[in-house]
Design a protein around this ligand. Structure first.
Ligand SMILES: Cc1cc2nc3c(=O)[nH]c(=O)nc-3n(C[C@H](O)[C@H](O)[C@H](O)COP(=O)(O)OP(=O)(O)OC[C@H]3O[C@@H](n4cnc5c(N)ncnc54)[C@H](O)[C@@H]3O)c2cc1C
Ligand code: SF4
Length: 343
């Protein structure tokens, strides 16, 4: 029987698979998409270093291949069932069953669907996009960057906290990485469009990680990005496809109106559907945020309430790549201790 079955071949799954393999355990990855990599496949550059996301992915895919770790692609795990002898049976959408001693759940997160915030006009107005859409555009950008409607871009606005810290969306938590993603993308827009003005509308700026505050300073001092504390109340399209924004500058308590050529919604992270599926199939505990609830947030954040079922990365909360990789390494050690004790 396989020692560890890893569900999800994103950055967390790949890191854990390599570490577990090096510790001497038979490890297998099940990934529902046709490629490894998770969300990183869709990102252009990564904060805080601005290196290409593809570089990080290539590193991991090479490490997986060099170790000969088996990967099943196009394999969507639909349920995890604990057996009486303490082992697990996994069912997949392809109706293939897997048996394993332990499970490591690295199913990541889902992006908040910005259509739920109708007032911002996503999928209604051509020139309203999300931060995830912008990463895709940047990945393939060649020549002058234009708005989706084909206009030249003289002004861009970013809206923070879309679908996070928001009663109406049912997401009270902060998505952690969208502030710094907004800073990263604002700098990029100023680099690509030196004549354009860039505005970031925020509630408060959360630059918690190493190198984040420095990027925020760089955005202001070097790239003259304008940070406005205020929430957008209304977006309307003008006849020439520009966007009219209404907001309140909450620092000066003044109403604000402006026109921009592109509006970017910094969408938050939500728990993946897999968390709900597995919760149903094996009584996995989830937090009120709907992310997986670790057994002990401080001391055993890789363990779940189901013995032998471990978790890592953004399956438990919104995290950066840095935090995800470290959490996945820790998960591998946790699984290894369990296997040594129970073998
Ligand atoms: C717009 C945006 C930009 C970002 N930019 C940066 C950045 O510049 N720097 C940075 O550090 N972080 C950035 N992040 C955060 C980064 O995306 C995460 O840290 C990282 O993706 C977490 O990796 P993960 O493996 O936990 O999850 P994921 O990337 O979500 O991977 C999970 C994997 O599990 C698979 N899976 C899910 N369910 C199943 C199932 N049932 N069966 C089989 N497989 C399954 C998925 O297909 C996926 O491949 C950004 C986030 C956003 C939203
Ligand atoms: S990281 Fe920033 S943009 Fe994202 S939810 Fe938290 S405060 Fe809002």
């Amino acid at each position: 029987m396989i020692d560890v079955l890893i569900i999800g071949g994103g950055i967390a799954g790949m890191e854990a698979a390599c570490t577990l393999h090096d510790l001497g355990f038979e490890t297998l990855i099940l990934e529902k998409e046709k490629q490894l990599g998770g969300h990183l496949r869709n990102w252009d550059t990564l904060f805080p270093t601005k290196r290409k996301a593809s570089e990080v992915l290539e590193h991991y895919v090479k490490e997986i291949q060099q170790r000969g770790i088996t990967v099943y692609l196009n394999t969507d795990v639909t349920s995890v069932k604990k057996q009486e002898d303490g082992t697990f049976e996994l069912n997949t959408g392809r109706e293939v069953q897997f048996k394993t001693k332990t499970v490591l759940m690295t199913t990541g997160y889902a992006l908040f669907n910005a259509e739920r915030k109708e007032e911002y006009g996503y999928k209604i107005y051509d020139n309203v996009i999300t931060s995830a859409d912008l990463e895709k555009i940047l990945q393939t950008a060649k020549g002058e960057l234009r708005s989706p409607s084909g206009n030249s871009i003289q002004s861009v606005a970013f809206v923070h906290c879309v679908g996070s810290r928001d009663e109406k969306s049912g997401n009270h938590y902060c998505s952690n990485v969208c502030c710094v993603t907004g800073v990263k993308q604002a700098i990029k827009m100023r680099q690509l469009l030196p004549e354009a003005q860039v505005f970031n509308f925020y509630m408060d700026l959360r630059m918690y990680g190493s190198g984040f505050e420095e990027m925020y300073r760089e955005a202001q001092e070097q790239w003259h990005v304008q940070f406005i504390r205020g929430r957008l109340s209304e977006v309307a399209e003008t006849i020439d496809k520009r966007l009219q924004l209404k907001a309140e500058d909450t620092l000066s308590a003044r109403p604000l109106r402006m026109h921009v050529d592109l509006l970017v919604l910094l969408v938050g992270m939500e728990s993946n559907k897999a968390a709900a599926d597995f919760a149903q199939s094996c009584n996995l505990a989830c937090a009120p945020s709907r992310f997986v609830q670790p057994k002990d947030f401080h001391i055993e954040s890789n363990k779940t309430n189901v013995e032998g079922l471990f978790t890592a990365g953004t399956a438990i909360a919104p995290l950066s790549v840095f935090d995800t990789v470290n959490h996945a390494k820790a998960a591998a050690l946790s699984v290894s201790e369990y296997l040594k004790k129970n073998n």
